[in-house]
Design a protein around this ligand. Structure first.
Ligand code: DGI
Ligand code: FE
Ligand code: FE
Ligand code: FE
Length: 187
């Protein structure tokens, strides 16, 4: 059996101190949201520990690994997004094939997608609002997160899209679809 401590050790080895701190923050925030909104706390924590494990790999290594696994279409066009699907694959290597929900939460943590499960929404939101995140509007998203998971995520996706537009970056289509699906619900 893989213990949480053995996962933490591997994550610590893979990440800079600052990104390890971020990951610790995502674990605590995601566990809190899982308790509040009724997702499985243990599996949410494990997914959160692993979510950024490939975040600091050099591009060559990401690209090489990506060739060996299934990458949802569009991910490969935006190198920053590859660390999600790769971390999901690593999670499967460690925990076996029976944790599709956790894998999807890791795979889509950067982008979101339409039809997200509770755990997917929680990890995506926790990544954006953990205590060391600082950007305009984060306080309001943190407050929303205490009241309504979907509304908080809608606001967070808006903020991500705004940020990317300001920098003239490409926008991943599933992010737009996720945002529109939530917009239907909260407009
Ligand atoms: O891995 P983290 O730094 O904790 O955060 P993340 O996984 O949410 O984001 C990784 C990076 O990806 C971040 O610099 C923003 C960028 N990003 C997120 N969504 C998109 C994106 N970049 C592009 N070009 N398009 C996207 O849709
Ligand atoms: Fe990430
Ligand atoms: Fe994110
Ligand atoms: Fe992250």
């Amino acid at each position: 059996d893989v213990t949480e401590q053995s996962i933490i050790d591997r994550v610590k080895e893979a990440l800079s101190p600052a990104r390890f701190m971020h990951t610790q923050g995502v674990v605590d925030t995601a566990a809190n949201l899982a308790g509040r909104y009724g997702a499985d706390v243990r599996w949410t924590r494990l997914g959160a520990w692993v979510h950024d494990i490939a975040r600091e790999w050099p591009y060559q290594q990401l690209e090489q690994y990506a060739e060996q696994i299934e990458i949802p279409s569009g991910f490969a066009l935006i190198p920053n997004l590859l660390h999600g699907p790769i971390a999901a694959s690593i999670f499967r290597d460690w925990f076996g094939p029976d944790h599709a929900d956790v894998e999807n939460a890791i795979r889509y943590h950067t982008t979101g997608r339409p039809g997200m499960s509770k755990m997917e929404m929680i990890l995506c939101l926790a990544d954006a609002i953990e205590p060391s995140r600082k950007y305009p509007g984060v306080e309001r998203i943190r407050e929303l997160a205490e009241r309504d998971l979907g509304e908080a995520l809608a606001e967070s996706l808006d903020s991500t899209i705004r940020y990317l537009l300001d920098r003239h970056e490409p926008i991943f289509p599933l992010t737009v679809m996720a945002r529109n699906e939530l917009w239907e619900r909260y407009k």
